[in-house]
Design a protein. Structure first.
Length: 182
């Protein structure tokens, strides 16, 4: 059950992250799961204290947390090229069709294992649909995007912090208090 007022500010990197009871490497605890949403409570140098939705808190290497973007735009507004989910859905369909065609050729015996590996090399998609919510992996931008059926926003990225130049509108990490104020 989520903690009342919990609002994630970051997610754990895709490989998960070690965690500690205190900002002290001698006090390890259970690692945090990949892409777990967390709320940043405070920073001490590279250390970050985070709150999980179940009320559990831990200290992590804050340099590796991935900032959650602002909420997606409200439904009903006009779609723009970056918010429109249809191009990303089309790319996912095309990649899945290429992969399925290669699988069909292997099943018919017209494609061997080496050719299958060569044909499918670089094909990478991810799609999770849950009612009106969708999570799509954008291999071109190396990110997971969340959508509500009308608009997309970046949820998590493959890149380590600092690999990509700051995008317009970029805001550095900020500490959010339990009441949501910074």
């Amino acid at each position: 059950m989520p903690t009342p007022g919990f609002r994630p500010t970051h997610v754990v990197p895709g490989r998960g992250t070690p965690a500690w009871e205190a900002p002290d490497p001698a006090r390890p605890t259970v690692p945090l799961d990949p892409l777990l949403p967390v709320q940043l409570l405070q920073r001490r140098g590279d250390w970050a204290q985070v709150l999980c939705s179940n009320g559990w808190s831990a200290w992590v290497d804050g340099r590796h947390l991935i900032a959650v973007p602002q909420d997606p735009p409200a439904p009903g507004g006009p779609l723009t090229a970056t918010e429109d989910p249809r191009p990303l859905l089309a790319r996912a369909e095309q990649a899945l069709a290429r992969y399925r065609a290669a699988v069909e050729e292997v099943a018919r015996g017209t494609l061997d294992g080496e050719d299958f590996r060569r044909r499918t090399q670089g094909v990478r998609i991810g799609v999770v649909v849950d009612g009106e919510s969708v999570w799509l992996y954008d291999a071109v931008q190396g990110r997971w995007a969340y959508g509500d059926g009308t608009a997309l926003s970046t949820y998590a990225t493959d890149e380590e912090p600092g690999e990509r130049p700051a995008a317009p509108g970029y805001a550095p990490t900020r500490v959010v208090t339990p009441d949501g104020e910074s």
